[in-house]
Design a binder for this molecule. Structure first.
Ligand code: G3H
Ligand code: ZN
Length: 284
């Protein structure tokens, strides 16, 4: 299959009460691990590349790796730009064949974020590419953050409704207490805020910073409208831990396949667990 637009699989997940996993990629083994997991679980899946991944691997490699995997796969696969922060990067991804893009204008004032996101939506939709926007800044709810600072960073539900309406985005990343990377202790998520956003907004919600969020919180977030969940850190951890084990057990090993192969296998199993947790197993 060629890439599907992400909104097709995310919209269906939103309607039917599950979430599609969006997993970060930057090399061949990672792409293979995710696709093998999606095939094994019969799940739709999103491969996503950050600007850093594109810089590391090169956009042609990212697209070629993902396209090769998608064409051989029997499950729907989307290729998505994760946290695109400038117009040119988003346009380059559309030109090279991504089926979905995120424009992250969350650090700009609201008016600017709306205007730039809407401009990107108009262009992307004209060529059948899905768009994710972001409103609110990702800050974990932790004791050492002042309440006023936290309030300012988390997504305001009324603003989220306006942002969705005026930009025409397909799905929306919001801040309700998740953060990128591992958490210090258990994350505390603001589900009341998420519920209010759900009441005012009728498009799927994206949860960033999915690594380390307890399973029960993930299920609750899905009940409250989250239909795309981004996971990166936990997958890297699984991959590198397995590769490191090989290198520690056999310091003379010089065959990269014998180091990266176990990393790929470990990552595949972690992706399978996430797919089952998100409820997308068997939905392809
Ligand atoms: O955009 C990517 C994600 O939000 C990944 O977050 O590394 O905490 O899983 P994570
Ligand atoms: Zn993110």
């Amino acid at each position: 299959m060629s890439f599907v637009p992400a909104h097709e699989i995310v919209q269906r997940a939103y309607r039917d009460g599950y979430a599609v996993g969006a997993f970060n990629v930057n090399n061949m083994e990672i792409v293979q691990a995710i696709i093998e997991a999606a095939e094994a679980e019969r799940a739709p899946v999103i491969l996503q590349a950050s600007q850093g991944a594109i810089k590391y691997a090169g956009i042609r490699y990212i697209v070629a790796l993902a396209r090769t995997a998608a064409e051989a796969a029997s499950v729907p696969v989307a290729l998505h730009l994760d946290h695109g922060t400038d117009f040119e990067q988003v346009m380059a991804c559309i030109r090279y064949g991504f089926s979905s893009v995120m424009y992250d204008g969350s650090h700009h004032p609201l008016e600017e974020n709306i205007a730039e996101t809407a401009r990107i939506v108009e262009i992307a939709h004209a060529v059948g590419v899905s768009v994710e926007g972001e409103i609110g800044r990702l800050v974990g709810i932790e004791d050492d953050i002042a309440v006023s600072e936290l309030e300012a960073a988390l997504t305001d539900p009324e603003q989220a409704a306006r942002f969705a309406r005026e930009t025409g985005i397909d799905f929306m990343a919001v801040a309700f207490g998740t953060r990128h990377g591992f958490y210090k202790g258990e994350p505390r998520l603001d589900f009341d805020r998420l519920r209010r956003i759900r009441e005012l907004v009728s498009i799927p919600i994206v949860m960033h910073g999915g690594s380390g969020v307890p399973d029960s919180h993930v299920r609750k977030a899905i009940e409250l409208g989250v239909a795309k969940i981004n996971i990166d850190t936990e997958l890297r951890h699984a991959f590198v831990t397995a590769a490191r084990q090989v290198m520690e057990a056999r310091p003379d090993e010089i065959d990269p396949r014998k180091i990266l192969g176990p990393g790929r296998d470990a990552m595949r199993e972690r992706v399978r667990e996430k797919i089952r947790l998100f409820g997308s197993a068997g939905k392809a």
